[in-house]
Design a protein around this ligand. Sequence first.
Ligand code: PLP
Length: 476
Amino acid sequence: MEQQALLQDLYNPEKFKELGHKLVDVLTQHLKDATASAKPTIKHKEPNEQFDYWDTYKSDRENPLQLFEDIIDNSIHLHNPKYIGHQVGATAPISALADLMNALLNNGMAVYEMGETSSTLERIIMNVFKEHIGYASNADGFLTSGGTLATLTSILAARKIKAPSNVWEEGNKEQLAIMVSEQAHYCVERATRIMGFGNKGVIKVPVNDKFIMDTSLLPALLAKAKEEGKTVIAVVGSAPSTSTGMHDDLESIANFCEKENLWFHVDGAHGGAAVFSKKYKLLLKGIEKADSVVIDLHKMLLTSNLASVVLFKNEMHGYATFNQEASYLWEESEDPEWFNLAKRTFECSKNMMATRFFVLWKLYGTTVFEAFVNQVYDASKVFAILLENTPNFELALQPETNIICFRYTQEKLSLAELNTLNKTIRRKLLEKGDFYIVQTELKGITYLRCTVMNAFTNEAIFKELLSEIKAIASTL
Ligand SMILES: *Cc1c(COP(=O)(O)O)cnc(C)c1O
């Protein structure tokens, strides 16, 4: 095709409509099949085999639907209630439709005029979160691309406010450090290393037998850090930590930070969603004292990847980090300009991610978030009881959230043999592909790990999983 004809074809609205309708039909069937567990959750291939499949894949512009169908078929299916693996959510279909709209509109977001509606929606969403966290009216924040980036954004603000020198201008002068539980998500340590804190920049606080930060150790660890010439700027609380789903004692960390004039950050990427649940909100007691809070929308709040809330108790702290000139984007101004989002975000161009949440909230209210959190947290309690009452299964600890760690046991096996057995079981489950679960290691013990991320994962499915594990174990 000649150049103009090719581009006309690419942007042809009628072709979009035709394929779009067919694709929605295919996705609808996918949703039905997945919800009914009619197909495997995952069609696992080894990475090189997967590479060869796609590298040699032949497609036909006359039949574009086939390409889409093959991508769907070879992807992991989070809407199957037998997906009980990592903390990635089964997108609410209506939120996925907002995504399609976002992708097509593609407003840029860096400056107000490039996303007048989507920038404003972020501010409105922040008010919803402020209210549920229990922040005062001078809190504010924005959305950014994921919990990892949100954590880095927060710790940069902590550095700006708490470090003795201006690192943004002068580079690192002091040995700065933060304190965080040894069970925290790796993104916290990664943030400090990106910021040049180095090996000495993370003081890992040991956990107690519930796998939460032993806060009684904080004063001694801080004194030791000072002796070693470190300047501690912040303590990070996990709400909850990723492996076990257990919440640090936020109240106690808040008190320590207040006394020692440290920044208190809460990583609520996963469990921050419980601010919407009257039943489970108590797990987050103290979150309203945090200087900054991160909550992922794409984990427990029914949106697609990636969209994370970063909120600052003092809204001005959100503006402190990137006080950098960019005269081609905005005019010099004393007004913080909430509407020019790139003044506060890492991103320059950014997805119109607010709509993913906004459509859910506007159409269903916060009760839909409460319903989801309650559903999956309650389901894990059901699973825990089942595990306690089924021979050969051992629960690592009582779940506080929708994350459950357990293992299969057999008499007369050593720890090493049991670890291998559980790893093998997990591998066989993956190869079979009906269920998808993961594994973790806690104090040298290998556990199978489930996160209930699907509203329709119920007791019958947990029973089936345990039968399947038993069946696999009997063949080993
Ligand atoms: C998932 C998670 C993160 C990382 O967030 P992303 O959105 O995946 O970048 C950080 N902390 C905790 C506790 C998490 O569960």
